[in-house]
Design a protein around this ligand. Structure first.
Ligand code: NIG
Ligand code: FE
Length: 407
């Protein structure tokens, strides 16, 4: 029995929601955990009745309890860093310009190809530690900094390795189509053929990679190549996610809807017609305000997605180039201040809808009976401090799968 909770705060539900009238707030709360699940949640008084006398009690001493954050879009595994490219951007160079000169994603590809497995794993484990300290219990993680058979598999192997060794839970995505590798420069179609022929069958056989993602973007993988890759992926049984309409209004959001994608991400330039198609298809809009912030670009139109009836999730897009952060609380702040979201909407975006964006809303993303005991505790006067006192990590304790992973 966990007591000493001044306030438990959560959305409620087992799937993505498009409204924010699903919040539950319990003052002076207690949570009964059995094994890895929430067995009861309510006021301390309610739970205090009919409890076995020998129940183990944990006193949090006055903290706020929320469901662990879910981060549904991360590029977890990569080598090196791009801090000097970052400084070049501060001196005026553009992201697309740097990429065109062989920097950007391609520079991380070189560094990831050169890194050995243990170095990649050690770095990924440090990142997972940081995520956990920031209250993140579950993430989606993609490959995509290899762009060849050997390195893409190396990235997936590293994910297996660190996932087995760390409490943060992970779902894997194959993103061989993250960029056109130098070997196929100017021939994205040939690279897609290579991915379809050589990599998809091998990755499908691994059995623990449910998703395929693609960077559908002007001068990267345009609509026809994207469709061809995603159709091949679907034929292998993969579910679809997409980086769509990030830098240009190419129409990726429409393709995501057409493909029945679980989630379309970025979607800064999505048209209203495609937003409506996404709503119809049940494709979640995963918005990445950290990327807009870090690239000083336009923010996605959260309100238009809401009007279209699309469920909105938020993610860090953790990666070395366009958004180098793990803080979902900071994404809430950016979404509230720059995308016009309410606190409640942003909270749902990093919990329930984020879980739905990785098909885990039935078990993750809220504090409800039967769901995973994945609980982050905030050392703050109220849950509002997540955004109101911004730029601060308020998470002091984290329970993952019923055990304290941070205390
Ligand atoms: O989601 N847009 C493409 N991919 C990443 C950026 C990766 C990088 O710059 O290394 C993104 O923003
Ligand atoms: Fe990304």
């Amino acid at each position: 029995l966990i007591e000493g909770i001044t306030e438990a705060y959560t959305a409620t539900g087992n799937g993505a929601v498009t409204r924010s009238d699903v919040m539950l707030r319990i003052e002076d709360a207690a949570i009964l955990v059995e094994d890895d699940r929430i067995a009861r949640i309510g006021t301390r008084e309610e739970l205090g009745r009919d409890l076995p006398a020998d129940v183990a009690r944990v006193d949090m001493g006055g903290k706020v309890a929320i469901p662990c954050f879910v981060d549904p879009h991360t590029h977890l595994v990569w080598g090196g860093d791009r801090s000097d490219e970052f400084n070049r951007r501060l001196h005026g160079a553009g992201y697309v310009e740097i990429a065109a000169a062989g920097g950007g994603i391609k520079s991380t590809v070189r560094q990831t190809r050169a890194a050995d497995r243990d170095a990649l794993a050690a770095k990924a484990l440090r990142t997972l530690d940081t995520m956990l300290l920031h209250g993140v219990g579950t993430i989606e993680a993609k490959s995509g900094y290899g762009l060849d058979l050997e390195t893409e598999i190396k990235q997936l192997d590293v994910m297996d390795q660190v996932s087995a060794a760390h409490p943060v839970e992970m779902v894997q995505t194959f993103m061989g189509a993250h960029e056109v590798p130098p070997e196929y420069a100017g021939r994205p179609g040939d690279y897609v053929d290579y991915l379809n022929r050589e990599l998809l069958p091998i990755v499908a056989k691994r059995g623990n990679v449910p998703y395929v993602d693609i960077f559908c973007e002007k001068n990267v993988f345009e609509l026809d190549d994207s469709r061809r890759h995603l159709e091949a992926a679907a034929a292998h049984g993969f579910k679809i996610r997409m980086h769509a309409d990030e830098l240009h209004p190419l129409g990726g959001a429409g393709l995501a809807a057409e493909m029945g994608a679980v989630s379309a991400d970025h979607i800064v330039w999505a048209s209203e017609e495609h937003m409506a198609a996404m709503a119809e298809a049940g494709t979640i809009a995963t918005l990445l305000p950290g990327t807009s912030f870090f690239l000083r670009g336009r923010y996605a139109d959260a309100d238009a997605f809401k009007q279209a009836g699309c469920a909105v999730a938020l993610s860090t897009d953790y990666n070395p180039g366009s958004s180098h952060t793990v803080s979902q609380a900071l994404m809430m702040a950016l979404a509230c201040m720059n995308m016009g979201m309410t606190f409640e909407e942003s909270f749902i975006g990093v919990t329930l809808n984020a879980a739905a964006a990785i098909d885990k809303a039935a078990t993750h993303g809220t504090l409800e009976v039967g769901k995973k005991a994945d609980i982050a505790f905030l050392d703050a006067p109220s849950v509002m401090y997540l955004v109101y006192y911004w730029g601060i990590n308020h998470v002091s304790d984290v329970m993952k799968d019923g055990n304290f992973a941070v205390r």
